[in-house]
Design a protein around this ligand. Structure first.
Ligand code: FMN
Length: 223
């Protein structure tokens, strides 16, 4: 598989088979992604990868916390900023509608949509869970560089026939996860990732999202 193919075929996978991924494969995958660039070669990321009982314990934790606080725990780093543009808002709305259409959950079935969203907190039944950990003191550059590492992991997963779904939703459980995962005082969970073999039969995995055209995001000069 070449890189163009991997980029093109990668989607957010939201249904998985229960086939496990051996630890040695996970180690090789992480080592390969470690070639991702970062400003000053800081490599500001850290990951915690969970499988088996360790993964289940996080799912149980999420269920307990969300039963008490369905909206999650307070965070000063919300998933979306206060201000996003109209175009961004429309894209966000559109991807949601496309996904629920694949799933056959209409807009007025609020409970159905909430139930579906809750599957995030089971890693969509993926056998492996990854948490991306950042030092809270890093700047915006290091957050961006961590994103490069994350995307490198998703593409290397494609090459291996695995599926991924990055999951910022775990940010609503930051305080509980920090304690549960035994993070240092200055560390925080930025994002999660569900990882495993995609279920090709699942309708949700048919979702192939749209992108803005070149004219919307690129300004080419001097050619
Ligand atoms: C950093 C990051 C966090 C994300 N968090 C979530 C999430 O919590 N739950 C989810 O279902 N999808 C999540 N997504 C997936 C996006 O919705 C998805 O990437 C976007 O709609 C484009 O679709 P595609 O990944 O299939 O190309 C996340 C994506 C990124 C890059």
């Amino acid at each position: 598989m070449d890189v163009t193919e991997a980029v093109k075929q990668r989607i957010s996978t939201r249904a998985f088979r229960d086939t496990p991924i051996p630890e040695s494969d996970i180690r090789a995958w992480l080592e390969a992604a470690q070639r991702a660039p970062s400003g000053g070669n800081l490599q500001p990321w850290r990951v915690i990868v969970l499988s088996g009982q360790a993964r289940q314990e996080v799912i149980d934790l999420a269920a307990t916390v969300l039963a008490q606080s369905p909206g999650g725990e307070p965070t000063d780093r919300p998933i979306y900023p206060d201000h996003i543009t109209d175009a961004q808002n429309q894209r966000r709305f559109r991807v949601g509608e496309m996904m629920y259409e694949e799933l056959g959950i209409p807009r007025d079935d609020k409970a159905g949509r909430r139930r579906w969203f809750a599957r995030n907190f089971r890693f969509f039944d993926a056998p492996v869970a990854v948490f991306f950990i950042l030092d809270e003191r890093v700047g915006h550059g290091q957050w961006a560089h961590t994103g490069m590492f994350m995307q490198t992991l998703t593409l290397l997963a494609e090459e291996r026939g695995w599926g991924t779904c990055l999951q910022e939703c775990w940010g609503i459980l930051r305080p509980s996860l920090k304690t549960h995962l035994g993070l240092a005082p200055e560390e925080m969970v930025y994002c999660g990732m569900a990882l495993g073999h995609p279920d090709p039969e699942a309708p949700v995995n048919r979702l192939y999202t749209e992108r803005a055209g070149l004219e919307e995001f690129a300004d080419l000069r001097g050619f």
